[in-house]
Design a protein around this ligand. Structure first.
Ligand SMILES: Nc1ncnc2c1ncn2[C@@H]1O[C@H](COP(=O)(O)OP(=O)(O)OP(=O)(O)O)[C@@H](O)[C@H]1O
Ligand SMILES: [Mg+2]
Length: 294
């Protein structure tokens, strides 16, 4: 099957299911159609048997996933397992080799999507405010200043990016994404180059903005603490598939020192390391705390 990205309306989805029912000689079940409609209303993204290959290399294989609207999902997995590829597919920057990806905003269109990377990718010859206003007219000036205020950088609006710290640059990048009021924010290791304390500050900022605007967020990270601090759900990718899909039921803001946080962190870490050790036997010395205590 050829890979497709659909921005299908709900009625189209229901219609196609009705047709397949008829093919099966079945009768349309109105109650189940209503349940299906409610489910689709709350689902921002659906991946059905999605695969991605580069030449002979299979990166994603038969991936099935439904992401709830307004949720925060963390994606972990060892280097090269396909995390960035998955984000690029969801962003529509690439197309799947097989399967279907439904990206739906609840009003018949595609989700307005923004993506943030490890580097802020600011234009050095434009000021902080001009960077946030990129692609927008001068009428967006007040809105851009409001968002800069929200990320704590209004006082630096006339500075050049070169005068900012790495964390401040990422806050500008966040403001540049949020000024568009996205429905879906994709974060590809956005804090990977920052020091631990700045990262924790950024977690609080991202969480506060997410709680305010309730966009759907997907963050790819190598930092298991970050995954737990932010995610309602943690997905682990391995060999092209989702091998762990773990709900996180800790109250927000999450306390890193809390025992439940530490237990979950240790467990997720042990799963990631298990895969790493299997892929690279020289890493046998890496053992999570729980196994050491046993
Ligand atoms: N455009 C491309 N052409 C060919 N191969 C690619 C391309 N993009 C990615 N790949 C391959 O797909 C695999 C997954 O890459 P991807 O960047 O998604 O990994 P990742 O999980 O994000 O890794 P990391 O944690 O190191 O960022 C890698 O083997 C990579 O070499
Ligand atoms: Mg990557």
């Amino acid at each position: 099957m050829t890979g497709t990205i659909l921005t299908a309306s709900l009625d189209t989805i229901l219609e196609s299911e009705r047709i397949s029912d008829e093919h099966n000689g079945g009768v349309v079940n109105v109650a189940s159609a209503r349940v299906q409609r409610r489910r689709e209303d709350t689902t921002a993204l659906t991946l059905r048997a999605v695969g991605k290959q580069y030449g002979e290399r299979v990166v994603l294989d038969d991936l099935n996933l439904a992401i709830e609207r307004g949720s925060f999902v963390s994606i972990v997995g060892r280097s090269g397992c396909g995390k960035s590829t998955l984000l690029r597919l969801i962003a529509g920057l690439e197309t799947p080799t097989s399967g279907t990806l439904v990206n739906e905003n609840g009003a018949g269109g595609a989700l307005d999507t923004r993506i943030m990377y490890q580097e802020a990718r600011l234009l050095p010859w434009k000021t902080v405010l001009q960077n946030v206003m990129l692609g927008l007219g001068t009428s967006a000036r007040d809105e851009a200043r409001t968002v800069l205020d929200e990320v704590g950088l209004l006082a630096r609006e006339n500075d050049w990016p070169a005068r900012l710290s790495g964390g401040q640059r990422q806050r500008v990048a966040l403001a540049r994404a949020l000024v568009h009021r996205p429905q879906l924010l994709l974060l590809d290791e956005p804090l990977g180059a920052l020091d631990a304390l700045t990262r924790i500050e950024m977690h609080a900022l991202i969480e506060r903005l997410w709680e305010t605007y309730r966009f759907t967020a997907l963050i790819v990270t190598h930092d298991v603490q970050e995954a737990i601090a932010l995610g309602d759900r943690i997905l682990m990718l391995d060999s092209g598939r989702v091998t762990i899909d773990q709900e996180v039921r800790l109250d927000r803001p999450r306390l890193r020192g809390a025992s439940q946080f530490a237990e979950l962190e240790d467990w997720v870490l042990s799963q990631v390391l298990k895969r790493d050790r299997a892929a690279n036997p020289s890493l046998q010395f890496l053992t999570p705390a729980s196994s050491r205590a046993a």
